[in-house]
Design a protein around this ligand. Structure first.
Ligand code: DGJ
Length: 729
């Protein structure tokens, strides 16, 4: 494993666990991509380049001999030099011209992985986990240094890429676009899988055949968004959960992004991913550097399921940080759907008292505890406790809750400001706005300019005071709108287009400060439900609120889609009321528990109003959660059902890393009459081992369970659930 450079053939070979990635440095010092896929032993794959074969394209670039840029598999595409496909890099010089071309100069290979300044990124736990290659290139005309950075993980099929630029000239230049990865695949015969949705319906899976021309997913909203996630998988047409090839790409960034696949005239595909070039420009003064975010690339030769499990392992072990990285999270109850804005100290203590009796471990006080906020039209920005509601003050409330045996958590929306707030009256210029234009509100709020240090200092100062004033052990960081009228009155005209990225750097700066100053706090990020569920956020918060839709049946699709990339241990999932507040669907308590158990687990309902039966269900759910959480959090996740393809059922399972134990969950979505017991085939078990079904006492071979399958007992009614716990004997 690791990275090699064949000096004589000028070929770089990057080997991750079972993956190889090769590219060549031509005599003209251009970088040509050769191969990305399953591990191969050979280094000399020069023949794959088929240089000089493209008879129909004029040889437009001398340096490339008979080979045109437009048909060359480029390792990193640049704009305006006879490659007419999607460019990754475009830089404007002082004359306003933007042709750009990079050539290899030198390289270095080292153990470990560098940080990216101010940005989230995967990391090595020890240097021997991975190796890094930095290729130093130059655009001689601009005197721009371009460093292509690759890291291979030895134990995972993961290669990461990012790019660093340095202006080595004496003139200011402008970066017009800088994407982080470019792969020129040798085929167009692939399907593209993306995650689409909207509020309360996030990350639904869509799959389509790649076509000639450009197909993309993106965000220009200033957040990764509910509608499209910064993730793409390109898979072989035959790929299923278990077979076929899958290339997964995930961007570690939470703002506007672009991921684009382009089917070309030669039946090949270019894939690029990174910062969205839309409305982007970055002024780079002489000597200045710019670092682009990281793209994680996962290769699987065993279908989409293995791709997901690789992402899960990487993100659990090399992205998530902090006290809660590897431990069971407290079972929380959040008062949002129980009370909305209508609560006070007494109500919260009532909820806490009842919760303590049921075995719940933490009370989270959601929106409405601060400033003047009785609905969503006022108060954001005034992070001062409203003692009309929180009678006796916050410290007293937290102490009372602690006395009941519960931890205490609190909600903030730090990036926002209500026009009706003391903060806005004092600083109307602190929000993002274009002077003289209408300031578009969404949910009656505006966005604070997080690129400004003074704004961040003020908001963080208030948060810090609150968090230091009582024993607070959890924060929910919410963000409930997207950005419009991007502008501020600080940056000069030629830097206004930097704001989209500066905003994100500001948010990350504050998140880093929060997690450094309060390392004991469990942070859960959120954006109107799952509007910023991305790998960037996972670097700071080990869990993210998956969706405001907590209906167990809607969650099947949302959690299935989310699990394509993100570990189930990161998905905020709660048992909420029935009928569900968003869809009005009635589902059994048991099913709601089983679906929420796939995520971080908690409750979001008024426990003081529950029947004794429901309370007993909660007690049982908590016993089950405690019993299985270690396996759910740390095991391998296998999707068995597909809620997008089948309306009858969904099913998934967790298998311990040592294959000693497995948990199968089955949801009967719609009861179909006159059928036998449903037989499902299990996955990931040790074929040679024997497993005992804890409930029935039946013993099966692992190979039997995976090939012949297991029977799900007949369940009566829609929305029923069943679990099977298997132990190796
Ligand atoms: C949106 C979140 O997704 C909800 O859980 C809740 O915190 C509300 N915001 C509060 O305004």
């Amino acid at each position: 494993m690791g990275i090699k450079f064949d000096e004589s053939k000028r070929i770089f070979k990057l080997d991750a666990k079972d993956t190889s990635y090769l590219f060549h440095v031509t005599d003209s010092n251009h970088l040509l991509h050769m191969y990305y896929g399953k591990y191969v032993e050979d280094t000399d794959l020069y023949y794959l380049l088929r240089l000089g074969d493209e008879k129909f394209v004029p040889a437009v670039h001398d340096a490339m001999g008979p080979h045109s840029f437009d048909c060359a598999p480029l390792e990193y595409s640049t704009s305006g030099v006879a490659d007419f496909r999607e460019p990754c890099l475009q830089v404007m010089d002082k004359k306003g011209m933007s042709a750009c071309e990079i050539q290899y100069v030198s390289h270095k290979i080292y153990d470990g992985k560098p940080k990216i300044t101010g940005l989230p990124a995967t990391f090595a736990n020890k240097d021997s986990d991975c190796q890094t290659l930095e290729i130093n290139c130059i655009d001689k005309h601009l005197n721009l240094e371009v460093v292509l950075i690759y890291t291979v993980f030895n134990e995972l099929d993961v290669i990461t890429r990012s790019v660093r630029l340095k202006n080595a000239s004496d003139d200011t230049i402008h970066i017009r676009r800088v994407l982080s990865t470019c792969i020129d695949f040798d085929t167009i015969d692939m399907d593209m899988i993306t995650l689409q949705g909207t509020w309360a319906r996030e990350r639904h899976v869509q799959r389509g055949k790649l076509r000639h021309g450009k197909q993309s997913v993106d965000s220009i909203r200033g957040a990764s968004s509910h509608s499209l996630n910064p993730f793409v998988a390109l898979v072989s047409p035959d790929a299923t959960e278990d077979v076929g090839e899958a290339y997964g790409f995930s961007l570690i960034y939470s703002g506007s992004f672009l991921a684009l696949a382009e089917g070309t005239q030669y039946e090949k595909t270019r894939f690029v991913m990174g910062l969205n070039p839309y409305d982007f420009d970055w002024k780079l003064d002489p000597g200045a550097e710019f670092e682009a975010p990281e793209v994680v690339m996962v290769y699987s030769d065993e279908g989409i399921g293995k791709m997901s499990r690789t992402f899960h392992d990487l993100y659990r072990n090399h992205l998530i940080r902090g006290k809660y990285k590897d431990v069971r999270r407290p079972i929380l109850i959040n008062n949002w759907e129980a009370t909305y804005f209508n609560f006070d100290t007494d109500k919260l203590i009532d909820i806490a008292r009842e919760s303590a009796d049921l075995g719940i471990e933490m009370l989270v006080m959601d929106d409405g505890w601060f400033g003047k906020r009785d609905d969503d039209t006022t108060g954001l920005g005034d992070w001062v406790v409203n003692e009309n509601k929180i009678k006796g003050g916050l410290k007293n409330l937290v102490e009372e809750v602690n006395k009941l045996g519960l931890k205490f958590g609190i909600w903030f929306e730090p990036e926002m400001i209500s026009p009706d707030s003391d903060l806005y009256r004092a600083h109307p210029d602190w929000c993002i706005h274009v002077d003289g234009r209408k300031r578009t509100t969404a949910r009656s709020q505006l966005v604070l300019d997080m690129s400004r240090q003074d704004v961040r200092d003020h908001v963080y100062g208030q948060m810090k005071e609150i968090l230091s004033s009582a024993n607070i052990e959890y924060v929910k960081w919410d963000m409930n709108r997207q950005i419009t009228e991007m502008g501020n009155e600080i940056l000069p005209a030629d830097q206004q287009r930097e704001l989209w990225h500066r905003y994100m750097l500001g948010v990350y700066d504050m998140l880093e400060k929060l997690t450094t100053d309060f390392p004991h706090i469990l942070l859960e990020t959120c954006a109107g439900g799952g509007g910023r569920f991305d790998a960037g956020m996972l670097y700071y918060s080990p869990q993210i609120w998956t969706s405001d839709d907590s209906d167990a049946i809607e969650r099947l699709k949302i959690q299935h889609g989310t699990s394509l990339v993100y570990p189930v241990s990161t998905m905020g999932a709660h048992v909420s009321d029935s009928p569900n507040h968003i869809v009005g669907r009635k589902t059994p308590f048991k099913t709601r528990g089983h679906v929420a158990m796939v995520g971080t687990f908690g409750y979001e309902l008024d426990v003081t109003k529950l029947s004794e039966d429901d309370k007993n269900d909660i007690r049982e759910q908590i016993i089950e959660f405690n019993k299985y959480n270690e396996l759910v959090r740390t095991g391998d996740y296998y999707r068995i059902g597909d809620p997008f393809a089948n309306s009858r059922f969904d099913s998934w399972m967790f298998v311990a890393k040592d294959k000693s134990e497995a948990l199968v969950e089955y949801i009967q979505v719609l009861k179909v009459p006159s059928l036998f017991e449903h037989r499902i085939r299990l996955k990931g078990l040790d074929p040679k081992a024997r497993y005992k079904d804890e409930e029935t006492g039946n013993i099966y071979g692992g190979d039997t369970l995976m090939n012949a399958g297991i029977l799900i007992p007949k369940l009566h009614g829609d929305f029923q659930s069943h679990i099977i716990h298997l132990m190796k004997v």
